[in-house]
Design a binder for this molecule. Structure first.
Ligand SMILES: Cc1ncc(COP(=O)(O)O)c(C=O)c1O
Length: 395
C-alpha cells in the first residue's frame, strides 16, 4: 500500500538533523535552479541580469550566483565592497541608496560602476566627488503605484525612494545641462508582483514625461520586485524591453533579489518547550521572528515543512524571546510535536540573514550550505564572543 505523501520523510530531513540549530540552511541545488531560470528569462528578453545583494549577502550564495550574472546591485558601501570582492573586476557593481554621502565616494569610486542618485539634492552633492569611471544614473519615482500595500510601495505618495518624475521634468526643462553626466535611469516600483502588466503603463508614463532625457541614457534598470520565475512566459516584459530598445537603444537591466533566493534556504529550528495555555498549545522554538524579521514586520506566516491545514495536532509556533508577539503562527501536524524535534521554516532565503539580529541574546542561526554533489558544510557559526563583541566587549 502507498503511504500518504505527508508520512514520507522529506529528502532534506536527514540534512536538517545534522545541523546545530538554529540554522539557516542553503540548498545550493535549488539556488542553481533559480539562477538558471532567471538567467534564461533575462537572456530570452535580451536584458542584463544583476542580483540584488540586499536579499542575501551570504558569501556562499554570492559565490554561487556570481558566475551566472552580469553584476551585483547594492545599497551601501559595505555591500558594494563585499560585492566587488566576490564578483571580481570585470562584472558590474551598481548602487542606489537614499543615504549616499559625499564622504562615501572614495569607497564608491573604488568599488562601483553605476550609481543611481535617489534625489536631486543627493545628485548635486555627490556627483562632483565621483570618479569618471563611475556611470551616473538617476532613480525615478514615476508616481504610479503597482503595489497595493503602502508599506512596500516605493511609488507611494511622498515616497523617499527616487526623484518624483514631475520634479525631475521641471529640473530638466529648467537646466538640461545639469543632466549631461547622467547615463542611466533606475526604477524599482514592484514588490512581489506576479505579472508585468503594469510595467508597460509605467514605461509609457516615463516616456511621455522625459523623452529627451531617455534619448541620452545608455541603460535602464527596471529594479527587482517581480516574481520573475512565475512569469517566464509573459509577453508584457518582452514588450517593455523591446520598446526601450527600439525607441531608445538602451541596455535593459533587471536586479531581482527575492525570486532568486527566497526558496533556496530554510531556517531549521528545534522545539525546546511545549505547554498548554487556556485554549492553545505552544511549541517554543530556539529561533525567533528576529531571525526572520519580515514575519513580524509584515505579519505573514511562513510555510513550515510537514505542517498541513486540518491535521490533528495544532500548535502556536512561538519564538524564543520575551516579545509576546514573537510567534510564527498557528500550524497543524499529523503527529504530536516532541521536545528536541526539528522543524524547517521554508522560504527563508530572502531578507532573513541580512535583517536578523541578536535581540535577547538569542544566537543567530548558523549558516550552512548543502548540495547533492558537495554535501553539507557549515559556512559560519556565531559564538558568545561574536555577540559580546557587538555589544562592545573588548574581552
Ligand atoms: C532598488 C531595489 N532593487 C532591487 C530590489 C530587490 O527586490 P526583490 O527582492 O523584491 O526582487 C529592491 C528591494 O527592495 C530594491 O530596493
Amino acid at each position: 500500500m502507498t503511504r500518504p505523501e505527508h508520512h514520507r520523510s522529506h529528502p532534506n530531513t536527514e540534512v536538517d538533523n545534522e545541523v546545530d540549530t538554529p540554522a539557516l540552511v542553503w540548498d545550493l541545488d535549488v539556488l542553481d535552479g533559480r539562477v538558471r531560470a532567471l538567467r534564461g528569462f533575462a537572456d530570452a528578453h535580451a536584458s542584463t541580469l544583476y542580483f540584488s545583494v540586499k536579499a542575501s549577502g551570504v558569501i556562499a550564495v554570492l559565490n554561487r550566483i556570481a558566475p551566472m550574472v552580469a553584476g551585483f546591485s547594492c545599497s551601501s558601501p559595505f555591500e558594494a565592497q563585499l560585492a566587488r570582492d566576490i564578483i571580481g573586476p570585470s562584472s558590474v557593481v551598481s548602487m542606489t541608496s537614499p543615504a549616499l554621502t559625499h564622504a562615501q565616494c572614495s569607497v564608491i569610486n573604488q568599488t562601483c560602476d553605476h550609481v543611481s542618485f535617489n534625489s536631486l539634492s543627493q545628485m548635486e552633492r555627490v556627483a562632483p566627488a565621483l570618479a569618471p569611471s563611475v556611470e551616473q544614473g538617476i532613480r525615478i519615482n514615476p508616481g504610479f503605484s503597482i503595489v497595493e500595500d503602502p508599506r512596500y510601495d516605493p511609488a507611494r505618495e511622498n515616497s523617499k525612494l527616487g526623484i518624483p518624475i514631475d520634479q525631475l521634468l521641471a529640473a530638466y526643462e529648467g537646466n538640461p545641462g545639469k543632466f549631461t553626466g547622467i547615463s542611466g535611469v533606475h526604477i524599482h516600483t514592484a514588490c512581489g508582483n506576479r505579472t508585468f502588466n503594469r510595467l508597460i503603463q509605467t514605461m509609457e508614463l516615463i516616456e511621455a514625461k522625459i523623452p529627451a532625457l531617455l534619448q541620452q541614457v545608455r541603460w535602464f534598470n527596471l529594479g527587482g520586485g517581480y516574481a520573475f520565475d512565475k512569469v517566464l512566459k509573459s509577453t508584457a516584459f518582452g514588450e517593455a524591453v523591446a520598446r526601450l530598445r527600439s525607441h531608445f537603444d538602451m541596455d535593459v537591466i533587471i536586479e531581482p533579489g527575492t525570486s532568486m533566493v527566497q526558496n533556496a534556504a530554510r531556517v531549521v529550528t528545534s522545539v525546546v518547550d511545549i505547554f498548554k495555555t487556556k485554549t492553545a498549545i505552544h511549541a517554543v522554538l530556539d529561533t525567533s521572528v528576529n531571525h526572520m524579521p519580515e514575519v513580524f514586520a509584515y505579519q505573514f506566516q511562513p510555510p513550515v515543512r510537514s505542517a498541513r491545514r486540518d491535521a490533528g495536532h495544532t500548535y502556536i509556533l512561538s519564538g524564543a524571546t520575551c516579545l509576546a508577539g514573537d510567534i510564527f503562527g498557528t500550524y497543524s501536524f499529523d503527529r504530536p510535536l516532541t521536545i528536541g524535534q526539528r522543524l524547517a521554516i521554508e522560504k527563508a532565503g530572502a531578507y532573513t540573514h541580512g535583517q536578523s539580529h541578536w535581540f535577547n541574546g538569542i544566537n543567530l542561526p548558523a549558516i550552512y550550505s548543502h548540495s547533492v554533489a558537495g554535501g553539507l558544510s557549515c559556512e559560519r557559526e556565531f559564538t558568545f564572543e561574536d555577540f559580546a563583541s557587538r555589544c562592545g566587549s573588548t574581552r
